[in-house]
Ligand binder design. Structure first.
Ligand SMILES: C[S@@+](CC[C@H](N)C(=O)[O-])C[C@H]1O[C@@H](n2cnc3c(N)ncnc32)[C@H](O)[C@@H]1O
Length: 160
């Protein structure tokens, strides 16, 4: 197994938290629909956990979305695309069905993050290894595209 594949395998669960240095330049969010039950820090003014089931709730305002991994990620991204206001963090697998369904031609912009982030454990500790894969931020709404362009987090391209 390559180092990269090994690290990706180590990250295969849902509880990897977004590094604060990625969230900080993106500003304040109204809603994180998929947050831990006991988050070590706030990602948005309102946070839904698995106990609330964020998919079953109404979404309002500017949404931060780092969805559960795997096949169900597309369901969350589809929901954000329909909502139209927010930023998502997903692996930069630009050739996948998920990208073609909910990003290319649908979102406003994609930011390819510079470097591989170190995600955090659910208790807030930073993982000693990186994501093992490239990561992208997806903007829905032109205000969110502008914020990505000003964030300094990576290279931004239009998705339309
Ligand atoms: C990749 S983590 C991201 C956590 C946080 N949003 C962040 O950006 O740091 C995905 C989170 O979704 C939560 N989750 C999984 N299924 C969920 C559901 N149906 N409703 C709400 N949250 C859920 C997991 O418990 C986990 O905390």
């Amino acid at each position: 197994m390559s180092l990269s594949a090994h690290q990706s395998a180590r990250m295969k669960n849902d509880e990897w938290l977004t590094p604060p240095e990625i969230l900080r330049p993106l500003g304040r969010f109204d809603l994180d629909p998929c947050a831990p039950i006991e988050p070590p820090w706030a990602t948005a003014a309102t946070q839904f956990s698995i106990l609330d089931d964020g998919l079953s709730k109404p979404w309002g305002g500017r949404v931060w979305l780092n969805p559960p991994f795997g096949r169900e990620a597309v369901v969350w991204l589809r929901r954000l695309a329909a909502h139209g206001n927010g930023i998502a963090l997903i692996p930069a697998r630009t050739e996948t069905a998920m990208f073609f369904e909910a990003v290319w031609g649908v979102a406003d912009a994609v930011c390819f993050i510079k470097g591989r982030p170190h995600f955090h454990y659910v208790d807030g500790r930073r993982a000693p290894f990186n994501s093992g894969a490239p990561i992208a931020l997806i903007a829905y709404g032109i205000d969110n595209e502008q914020i990505l362009r000003e964030s300094g987090l990576g290279h931004v391209v239009s998705a339309k």
